[in-house]
Ligand binder design. Structure first.
Ligand SMILES: CC(C)(COP(=O)(O)OP(=O)(O)OC[C@H]1O[C@@H](n2cnc3c(N)ncnc32)[C@H](O)[C@@H]1OP(=O)(O)O)[C@@H](O)C(=O)NCCC(=O)NCCS
Length: 171
């Protein structure tokens, strides 16, 4: 049984830029299921702060952080397509540090992201998930996401290729 830790959830603010970049490089180093590795996004703190500002300004998009004190331990994002004919589609991304996994943080972030998407009028939430990422697949399935298709060789990690499932939740 893991010890109890108080996790707080809130929208990301510009001051989280450094913490978020550190989180992404940590989680990227721990998982082979993401589009990046330990290099993270390779963005400068200034660029990351600009990216965060986009979510603060846009009422249809959200970036959430799960915090253990002042440490970012989870991140959940909803981005909307910019093209008008696709703008009903919301793209979801989710990361939780391995040390903080299996405590319900992913579930909590998912609840907030799905509820936000509904309220903001999105019609579909979609994401791409590494076909071997059974933990994430089962989390998304718990929320009603279905596999709509499989993309061949979606990831290239080193010399190897891995498929990804396109998963969608119709709201
Ligand atoms: C996939 C990922 C987001 C899951 O996050 P998480 O915080 O571990 O998710 P949860 O804790 O909510 O749920 C995971 C499991 O813990 C269980 N759990 C939930 N709350 C719990 C609690 N309070 N105590 C113990 N276990 C709990 C859930 O039942 C679930 O079990 P299951 O997989 O058998 O259904 C996280 O592992 C991760 O970020 N992985 C690396 C990056 C990644 O793969 N991102 C997704 C890309 S598509």
């Amino acid at each position: 049984m893991k010890e109890k830790i108080k996790i707080t959830y809130r929208e990301a603010e510009e001051r989280d830029a450094d913490g978020l970049l550190l989180h992404l490089s940590r989680v990227g180093g721990e998982s082979d299921f993401l589009t990046f590795g330990k290099e993270g996004f390779g963005a400068s703190a200034e660029r990351e702060a600009r990216f965060i500002r986009r979510f603060i300004k846009n009422p249809d998009e959200i970036m959430l952080v799960a915090m253990d004190g002042d440490k970012v331990v989870g991140n959940g994002v909803i981005e909307r397509e910019r093209i008008p004919r696709l703008s009903h589609r919301a793209r979801l991304s989710l990361t939780v540090l391995e040390d903080y996994s299996h405590r319900g943080i992913g579930t909590q972030l998912m609840e907030m992201l799905v509820s936000f998407s509904r309220k903001s009028g999105a019609k579909i939430i979609y994401l791409e998930c590494h076909a071997q990422n059974s933990r994430a697949l089962s989390l998304y399935e718990k929320f009603g996401f279905k596999i709509s298709g499989t993309m061949n060789k979606y990831f290239r990690i080193g010399e190897k290729y891995y498929d990804a499932h396109l998963m969608e939740l119709v709201l």
